[in-house]
Design a protein around this ligand. Structure first.
Ligand code: HEC
Ligand code: HEC
Length: 321
């Protein structure tokens, strides 16, 4: 029972469900309570999976250690924000990831679920400001309501952290940077069934915002004829790296890769030995270590989807140093 009370306090959006249970105390059998507890647990677990390994909320909203390969996150900083995104990423100014812990002063402890949902799927904050689209809300806009709710449930479990994040400084009005959203009626989004692996893979891939790095941009717009053809340069000072061509082109993309090779490339980083050394200039901005925690099935689904997109001949030198 203690666990259930904790769950009710922590996951406000389930408050109604919890209250119902209390009102119907007479029929709340042992198993009834247990089922509710299990489903809350499942929702939070799904949210944690998405936030850590697919949508990568935790990646951007924590501190990363670029003395190791692909900048794994520094433990204890989860959700505190403060990561800097600036000119080196093509941003007209400087933007900081925000504190998304449940701290009530500097975090989002006072936001309602509806407010958090709106910021994740449309980039509009509690007080009506619009976020710069470095946060991939245009992609999250295609996620199912259940997946968004799971993420919110998980985010609410992050330990409050009082970190105060500076305000962004943009040289252009935000209205100029507002991106086209993926879905016109996000309330009707559903997660495709896994039996349609290509469609499901497209869903996982957009939830993981792979496109944001792998499709080149000009003047803040994706260059769609080069969808997933790579070539975006990220110069973060410590190292310079260019996103790879991951279209099925057999000479300049990953056309010759088998599913097994693709899966292995991600799985490799499940082993700490693979990233705990300083790769110097051969480092990558792609958060391999976080994506490595993706289910094998989800990684394969992305591969299957990527096989279906147009092959684009675009030679990329990923480490031009
Ligand atoms: C690529 C980096 C990136 C990813 C991934 C990302 N965010 Fe963000 N997020 C940001 C940045 C940067 C801002 C601030 C943008 C600005 O100030 O215009 C932000 C802002 C926010 C805010 C607004 C908080 C406030 O106080 O205004 C919330 C809430 C949030 N993110 C939650 C999430 C969640 C949940 C996810 C995962 C579903 C996520 N973010 C994924 C970079 C990211
Ligand atoms: C923050 C930017 C970023 C994101 C997000 C990102 N990538 Fe990458 N990716 C890169 C960069 C940069 C490289 C080239 C350097 C390297 O190999 O790590 C790369 C390389 C790759 C490669 C290796 C290709 C080769 O020829 O060796 C694959 C495969 C890949 N990415 C797939 C993905 C998939 C799938 C996703 C989404 C789940 C994704 N990437 C998300 C930046 C990103």
């Amino acid at each position: 029972m203690a666990a259930l009370i904790f769950a009710c306090a922590a996951f406000l959006f389930l408050v109604n469900a919890c209250n119902n249970n209390e009102n119907n105390n007479t029929d709340a059998t042992e198993t009834g309570v247990k089922t509710n507890e299990d489903s809350v647990k499942k929702i939070v677990e799904r949210g944690k999976y998405l936030a850590y390994h697919v949508a990568l909320c935790i990646d951007c909203h924590s501190e990363r250690d670029f003395s190791q390969f692909s900048g794994p996150l520094k433990e204890g900083t989860e959700g505190m924000g403060g990561a800097v995104f600036g000119k080196e990423l093509g941003i007209p100014g400087v933007v900081y990831s925000k504190n998304i812990t449940s701290d009530t002063v500097n975090g989002i402890g006072k936001w309602t679920d509806a407010e958090i949902e709106r910021v994740i799927t449309r980039g509009i904050t509690k007080n009506g400001d619009t976020l710069f689209p470095i946060m991939p809300y245009a992609q999250y806009n295609g996620m199912s309501k259940d997946d968004i709710k799971s993420i919110i449930a998980f985010i609410r479990t992050l330990k409050p952290n009082a970190n105060k994040v500076p305000d962004r400084k943009l040289a252009i009005p935000m209205a100029m940077a507002y991106p086209p959203l993926r879905s016109s009626s996000p309330d009707n989004n559903v997660k495709p069934d896994v039996s349609d692996i290509v469609k499901y893979g497209a869903y996982v891939m957009s939830s993981a915002a792979c496109m944001d790095c792998h499709t080149p941009m000009e003047k803040g717009q994706f260059v769609m004829p080069k969808y997933m053809a790579g070539g975006r340069m990220f110069d973060i000072g410590l190292f310079k790296v260019v996103s790879a061509n991951i279209t099925p082109d057999s000479t300049t993309g990953i056309g010759s890769w088998t599913e097994e090779k693709f899966l292995e490339r991600f799985k490799h980083y499940r082993d700490a030995a693979s990233y705990k050394t300083n790769p110097g200039k051969l480092n990558s901005l792609m958060p391999w270590v976080m994506y490595a925690g993706m289910d094998d099935f989800d990684i394969k689904a992305i591969y299957r989807y990527l096989r279906t997109i147009p092959a684009v001949n675009n030679k990329v030198e990923t480490h031009p140093n």
